[in-house]
Design a protein around this ligand. Structure first.
Ligand SMILES: Nc1ncnc2c1ncn2[C@@H]1O[C@H](COP(=O)(O)OP(=O)(O)OP(=O)(O)O)[C@@H](O)[C@H]1O
Length: 505
């Protein structure tokens, strides 16, 4: 597959067997999403490409109607649902059938079609409520059910393109339970993911891409560890991240948050020392993921005080621009719709908060400063390709995430608030990002990270606050393991395997 002059997939061969979960992994920008997009007809691959499903060749570029007829379905990143629309509307989006003459939608028939798919999955979800009001595991069910409409049991291929990235532990276990039922019928599954634990626990075989080439094709996973996969993927082992001891909130200069309420949060208070990284976690709906937006004026708070070293802010009156002026920066989840300007360049995105601020000041941001700043961040975070003029929308997901981080770190915030900061990045990049955040802390920034990935929190945080029903219920130290964190969230004993493989494939 070639874009302009750059060839991003080179002689890639991949075979997914019936009834198997086949993992596809690789560093950010290695070509995983591009491959998924070729398989679903979004991209037209170079001549010489061949694609067959259940022994039947498909014409290229793949036509959506033909791939649907052959039972090829895809579940996109973060499940690809429309939160405001109902479950039924999400299920039938793009396939609603109008009656022959009046073009009126026959909702009874649509409902029956949707119900049949949920029945097949053996799971029920209310059809008339907006997807935004569902629990995480229910949302996962809807996304899978939607894709399954095209797949006949025992046939076809279902592709998950980082669909699991926003799922907490329980929803993840539920997801793999459903997947196991699907592949047990003989349908093939291609699982694109950055969570290597999913490969170790659940995949039968794995294919590894590096720079658009297959470096391991269909290797059996049984007996492999996450470290083995990392070494294959990166071509090196990871260097351990040493956590330097964090300052004590009782004695160090600190940011104090008091009586914060709004959305799913009630009267929460905690302090973060300058130099400390505090993690917030919990089940979906426990409120931990509302805090970043309440602290930065992105979601209006009902009440709350944020005491910075030299000013105290009323959170209920805080606006995003006032937060930025006070040195509070937010890296939101969902960079595609709320974090980055996709049609602008890496350089424009990275300097946006500063150019916006300085255009109103007497000392505008000059081109030389901009160039030095952007190339510094590109190098520090290893943004690929290292081209400041590249349009952000054409970067791979992980590289977009790095630009989003650079954009706000470059403002040198006093209080840095992040939501799922290593979402969609590969293990190597996760280490780079964790190190960069810890360096920002070491230089005196107070950092709050809200996240659901226990591995990320264990690597990054000096303390972890566990939320339940809108309040902080537990506090864990910086030496907590991922197992300790899962335990504190669910209080269910240690993590169970994501899938019990039925048999060696
Ligand atoms: N529409 C496009 N135009 C130009 N280049 C593109 C386009 N889409 C992808 N690329 C390039 O193709 C390469 C592979 O990107 P792709 O998104 O497939 O990577 P990925 O393995 O899915 O990465 P990630 O894990 O970060 O999501 C990257 O260098 C990217 O910049």
């Amino acid at each position: 597959m070639t874009f302009g002059t750059s060839r991003v997939l080179k002689d890639v061969t991949l075979e997914v067997a019936p009834g198997e979960i086949h993992g596809l992994i690789g560093q950010n920008g290695s070509g995983k999403s591009t491959l998924a997009k070729v398989l679903t007809g979004l991209y037209d691959p170079d001549s010489g490409t061949r694609l067959s499903v259940d022994g039947i060749d498909l014409s290229l570029p793949v036509r959506p109607s033909e791939s649907r007829a052959r039972g090829v379905a895809v579940v996109h990143q973060s499940l690809g649902l429309v939160p405001e629309a109902s479950v039924l509307e999400n299920m039938r989006l793009g396939r609603l059938k109008g009656s022959r003459f009046l073009r009126k939608i026959d909702w009874a028939a649509e409902r029956a079609d949707a119900e049949r798919v949920f029945e097949r999955l053996g799971r029920s979800v209310p059809l008339d409520v907006p997807v935004a009001t569902l629990r995480e595991d229910e949302r996962a069910t809807v996304a899978i059910a939607r894709a399954l409409q095209d797949v006949h049991p025992g046939e076809g291929l279902i592709i998950f393109d980082e669909s699991t990235r926003a799922l907490g532990r329980k929803a993840l276990e539920h997801f793999f339970g459903m997947l196991d039922d699907i592949v047990a019928t003989g349908t093939a599954c291609l699982l694109i993911t950055h969570r290597l634990e999913e490969i170790v626990d659940a995949a039968d075989r794995v294919t590894i891409l590096r720079d658009g080439r297959v470096i391991e094709g269909g290797r059996a996973v049984r007996g492999m560890s996450e470290a083995d996969l990392t070494a294959l993927m990166l071509g090196r082992d990871l260097i351990n991240i040493e956590k330097t001891p964090a300052p004590d909130v009782a004695t160090a200069e600190a940011v104090h948050i008091e009586d914060l309420s709004g959305r799913g949060v009630q009267g929460v208070g905690f302090a973060v020392a300058a130099g400390e990284v505090v993690g917030l976690t919990g089940l979906g709906g426990s409120g931990y993921d509302d805090v970043p937006y309440l602290l930065t004026g992105a979601t209006p708070a009902d009440s709350g005080r944020i005491s910075l070293p030299d000013e105290t802010i009323d959170a209920s009156k805080l606006t995003p621009s006032a937060a930025i002026r006070a040195g509070i920066a937010l890296v939101p989840e969902g960079r595609d719709y709320s974090g980055l300007a996709m049609a602008m360049s890496v350089s424009e995105n990275t300097t946006f908060p500063q150019t916006a601020r300085r255009s109103r000041s007497l000392r505008p941001f000059n081109a030389r400063d901009e160039k030095a700043l952007v190339s510094g961040w590109i190098e520090r975070l290893d943004v690929q390709p290292p081209d400041p003029h590249k349009i952000v929308g054409t970067l791979s997901g992980g590289n977009q995430q790095k630009v989003l981080l650079a954009k706000w770190l470059a403002t040198k915030p006093q209080l840095f608030v992040l939501h799922e900061p290593t979402q969609a990045v590969d293990v190597g990049a996760r280490h780079t990002i964790v190190e960069t955040i810890r360096q920002a802390a070491a230089q005196g920034c107070a950092v709050v990270v809200s996240g659901s990935d226990e591995n990320e929190l264990a690597l990054l945080c000096d303390r972890i606050l566990v939320f339940s029903e809108g309040e902080i219920r537990k506090e864990l130290g910086g030496d907590s393991t991922p197992d300790d964190i899962v335990n504190a969230i669910y209080a269910t004993g240690s993590r169970t395997k994501l899938r019990q493989r039925r048999q060696a494939s």
